[in-house]
Design a protein around this ligand. Structure first.
Ligand code: LLP
Length: 417
């Protein structure tokens, strides 16, 4: 039914998963470090790989990134703290803070720790410049076009709040406040068509030439797609690298300075490593629809409900002894929340999209695949449901990397006043 890659099948052995379920209960996230390492290696030609930690910000995942020489992007004070706890030294370009605003506490921290700031607004540059002349900055350019798997993940063009529309104006502010411009950055969106990503090279070239100032880095941003379904293919990384490498060489020779090429993926590094395991509690038929109700909801994985995203779904039977010739049923996989939109097989309009799945019963399990990126990191406590555990599969062993939040912990923000 579904084509699960061999690297993932090793982790997914029936006994492995049943043991995990017994020990940690459901629902739970599991990440495969072998997949993450494989993805890192595919990008090794880039001078710098910078992980967009928003996609999967568990400190233990960040430690793994650091071990493989991947640097880190942070978009909030919380993400800066996570990176430092994971062992990233804040100076020396290891952490870059990317945002369109600079909140007071963040401003203090980036100054104290000398963290370069990738500025998405002119106001950020002014606020930083007044307090920290000489501070290392990047200009995040809005290249006036964007792309993404959904309009909500398209970060370029005039509908998007991201980036600086007029880089020349940014440069004059940088000069006025004697900030230290070290790099140019363009990120046009997430889940981007490769052709649109190629357009970014031209825009980077044009902008760098127009600004005509020496820089040390250019960043291609993130956005690389991963295959979520069998029809989708992974982008051709070697073509992508060659195009960017040529761009780097041209800019370097025109500006007469050495330049390092960065890439800033989130999804590409972690997306395919993760699964969400949930237990089936009810199977019910409502007219022609069969609803399979599991104990994970959009409070855990919001991508299907928010974007209509497709994730492969497989079944793990509690008991395989008596199962022969299982019929295929058009099934709607849905969660426990109090909203009809709490569905994992759904269009972005909210219309349910039944999927062919083998017949299941309460007590069996559902595995939702390719949930390593924007899965756990987008979870919430909606319906007062606690955060669920995260497990990392590394060197053939499973390690708990985040325990389940207790209801008491969740409520303590209100009860401990
Ligand atoms: N750099 C910047 C400045 C970004 O804003 C992002 C993602 C990335 C890099 C990494 O993009 P990636 O390589 O993962 O495509 N929640 C959505 C995705 C939102 C992406 C936000 N920014 C989803 O679940 O598809």
């Amino acid at each position: 039914m579904c084509d699960i890659p061999n690297i993932q099948k090793k982790m997914l052995k029936r006994n492995n998963i049943l043991k995990l379920i017994k020990k940690y209960k459901t629902p739970l996230w599991v990440y495969n470090s072998d997949v993450i390492i494989k993805q890192i290696k595919k990008l090794k030609k880039f001078d710098i790989i910078r992980f967009a930690q928003k996609s999967c910000s568990n400190i233990h995942i960040l430690k793994l990134m650091k071990h493989y020489n991947v640097k880190i992007d942070a978009v909030s004070l919380g993400e800066i703290k996570r990176a430092m706890i994971a062992g990233f030294e804040p100076n020396n370009n290891n952490i870059v803070f990317t945002s369109d605003i600079l909140e007071k506490k963040v401003l203090k921290e980036v100054i104290k720790k000398k963290i370069p700031v990738n500025a998405g607004s002119i106001d950020m540059l002014k606020q930083l410049g007044k307090k920290s002349p000489g501070h290392a900055v990047w200009i995040r350019i809005n290249p006036k076009f964007g792309n993404g798997h959904h309009i909500k993940t398209n970060t370029g063009g005039d509908h998007s709040k991201h980036g600086i529309w007029n880089p020349k104006q940014a440069l004059s502010i940088i000069q006025k406040y004697k900030l230290n411009l070290i790099g140019l950055h363009i990120h046009i969106g997430s889940g981007v068509n490769i052709k649109n990503l190629y357009q970014v090279c031209d825009s980077m070239k044009k902008n760098a030439i127009q600004l005509n100032t020496k820089i040390q880095f250019i960043s291609a941003g993130g956005g690389l797609k991963i295959p979520y379904s069998q029809e989708e293919k992974e982008a051709n990384i070697s073509d992508y690298f060659n195009k960017w490498n040529n761009t780097k060489k041209i800019i370097s020779s025109i500006l007469k300075c050495p330049i390092q090429l960065e890439i800033e993926p989130g999804r590409f590094l972690v997306g395919q490593s993760g699964i969400l395991i949930a237990k089936i509690y009810a199977v019910k038929t409502i007219k022609k629809n069969t609803f399979v109700l599991i104990n994970a909801g959009f409070n855990d994985l919001i991508r299907p409900a928010l974007y209509g995203s497709y994730h492969q779904i497989t079944v793990l039977y509690k008991n395989i002894k008596n199962i022969h010739n299982i019929p295929i049923i058009r099934s709607v996989i849905a969660g426990p929340l109090c909203e009809s939109g709490d569905v994992f097989t759904v269009k972005d309009t909210g219309i349910i999209l039944p999927r062919n799945l083998p017949k299941v019963s309460p007590g069996d399990y559902i595995i939702i695949h390719n949930t390593g990126a924007y899965g756990s990191s987008m979870s919430s406590n909606y319906n007062s449901r606690p955060f669920i555990p995260e497990i990392l599969y590394k060197k053939k062993k499973f390690k708990l990397i985040r325990r389940r939040q207790t209801i008491q912990e969740m409520l303590s923000l209100e009860t401990s006043l």
